[in-house]
Design a protein around this ligand. Structure first.
Ligand code: ADP
Ligand code: MG
Length: 503
């Protein structure tokens, strides 16, 4: 065979890349790997590896036609695409669903469980909290069922307190490259809790990146759209303390029973189960019961499951049965969008440059971004002053820790690429695409203007180009500044953005 799987897939990718947005490409196609290329009679079969079943379902639903086109373009009418779904753990393959899918013939629709439903319940019943201490029967109403929610036979009828904060909705959760996969998965689960293959759905990522918000958004959505569904959100710490109390009060079986009646169980920060063996064991059984009966489980953790220590292997492996999706720190555009949205929600007008100043300087997480905004508003109110850049610099000076007076070439590359909305790699690549050439020249010009690097050092940082290229770039930019007012304005805007990076 003349071609390798890699070559064929690379050609397919080229076609795909030209037909979808960069973000979709990055999210859905970059993680896929070509595995093998085989010939079978008339057919040429390309097999690619998908990181989870979720990808399969997503590709099927959204990119079926595109994949088919790509395959027939590259392999001709005898081209077929097969998927391997490989779930990796500790760099070891644990789950494997081989070559199950074939394109261009559309496979049978994956079988779904019916969506969660329950017989209509009496919604006038009070919402029940798990209460470890048996309540003393109020003498006035000794037989009132609400006083003993766990003892009554019609336990299904209990509406379980969901513990959700109504503020955390999908609507308020802004999407960016950093959270796209997690958000899509959460959205898919919210549409059909218990009926997708992402069960459990495990979202992981650093603090303040939106895990709690996202998993609660699913809860709120499900509560609203599947009204008879029992949803419960709980942190692993609270779960642990409830369980410990249940032991102390000899009510473990009621505890178990209570949790087995939940349709959507959301457990936040599972890393805190670490070292709690008894709790883990109880949770293991609850997990199994719920999972087996098609109930949905959603989990969050502060790091990838394979890095969580102190949790039993069998539990860790179950956590990865469904879909594991991460949330990364937000990029600049997402940070700006989030700040703009928060300001809008609060009905306050904040100048764009102030938003950009905060977003540029506070990069770690969204909670800190929000904190900065609140601080700024408070300052403005106290001082009865308009919000402007000076106030922002002053009010946030201690949040913006190390002060910076110089820019690096990377800062400049980042800023320029963000301005032109092109990937940063492009500026260092060998491509001569127009937009890349212009961005590269401008970034070289600013590197010369604003840093003390030599021409040679600058050239090196732009994909090993030599110093004469840098000279040429600077001249070309200067000429255009002289002759083209629109170009001059653009340079002014970029310069302004670069200045915002200096504190
Ligand atoms: P985590 O649980 O990962 O520590 P949270 O869910 O508590 O983070 O998020 C911290 C704050 O940032 C919350 O107020 C949340 O509403 C907000 N937030 C996080 N991600 C987003 C997002 N994508 N869009 C809007 N707000 C967000
Ligand atoms: Mg959280």
């Amino acid at each position: 065979m003349a071609q390798s799987a890699e070559e064929v897939w690379a050609q397919c990718l080229e076609f795909i890349r030209d037909n979808i947005t960069r973000q979709s490409y990055k999210t859905w196609f970059e993680p896929l790997k070509p595995v093998r290329l085989e010939e079978e009679g008339e057919l040429t079969k390309l097999t690619i590896e998908l990181p989870s079943r979720f990808y399969y379902e997503w590709l099927e639903e959204h990119y079926f036609a595109l994949l088919r086109k790509a395959i027939s373009k590259v392999l001709g009418p005898g081209g077929r695409l097969y998927y391997d779904i490989v779930i990796k753990r500790d760099d070891m393959e644990v789950g494997y669903e081989g070559a199950s899918v074939q394109l261009p013939a559309r496979p049978e629709a994956p079988s779904h469980h019916p969506p969660l439903s329950r017989p209509p319940s009496d919604s006038s019943l009070p919402e029940a909290q798990w209460n470890p201490v048996p309540q003393a029967s109020p003498s006035a109403a000794p037989s009132a069922p609400a006083a003993h929610p766990f003892a009554i036979p019609g336990i299904q009828k209990i509406r379980i307190e969901s513990n959700l904060s109504p503020h955390y909705t999908f609507d308020r959760f802004l999407e960016g490259d950093c959270n796209r996969l997690a958000r899509s998965a959460a959205w898919a689960v919210a549409q059909q809790p218990g009926s997708t293959s992402f069960n459990p759905l495990l979202i992981y990522g650093g603090v303040g990146l939106g895990k709690t918000h996202l998993i609660q958004a699913v809860g709120n959505y499900v509560k609203q759209h599947f009204t008879d569904t029992n949803v419960r959100y709980i942190s692993s710490e609270r779960f642990t303390s409830e369980f410990v109390q249940a032991i102390q009060h000899n009510r473990v079986s009621e505890f178990s029973n209570f949790y087995r009646h939940i349709d959507l169980l959301i457990v936040d920060d599972i890393q805190f189960f670490s070292g709690k063996e008894k709790t883990q064991e109880e949770f293991f059984h609850i997990f199994n019961t719920l999972h087996q009966s098609g109930k949905q489980i959603i989990l969050s953790a502060d790091c990838a499951p394979k890095h969580i220590s102190g949790i039993e292997e069998r539990l860790l492996s179950r956590f990865q049965w469904g879909l594991v999706a991460d949330i990364q720190p937000p990029d600049l555009e997402t940070r700006i969008a989030i700040l703009q949205r928060k300001a809008e929600d609060d009905g306050i007008d904040i100048p764009g440059e102030v938003i950009e100043f905060i977003a540029t300087n506070i990069q770690s997480n969204i909670r800190e971004l929000e904190g900065a905004l609140i601080r700024l508003l408070a300052e403005a109110m106290l001082r009865k002053q308009e919000i402007d850049l000076d106030l922002a610099r002053e009010a946030l000076s201690d949040l913006i820790k190390q002060s910076r007076t110089t820019l690096t070439i990377e800062d400049i590359q980042q800023t320029v690429c963000a301005y032109f909305n092109i990937p940063e790699e492009l500026i260092r690549a060998r491509t001569r695409k127009r937009e890349a050439v212009q961005a590269r020249q401008i970034a070289m010009y600013f590197s010369k203007q604003l840093t003390t690097y030599s021409l040679k050092a600058i050239g090196t940082r732009f994909g090993k180009r030599d110093h004469s290229t840098v000279i040429h770039a600077c001249q070309s930019v200067e000429n255009q500044i002289e002759t083209d007012p629109r170009f001059r304005e653009m340079i002014r805007e970029i310069q302004h953005k670069l200045e915002l990076r200096l504190r």
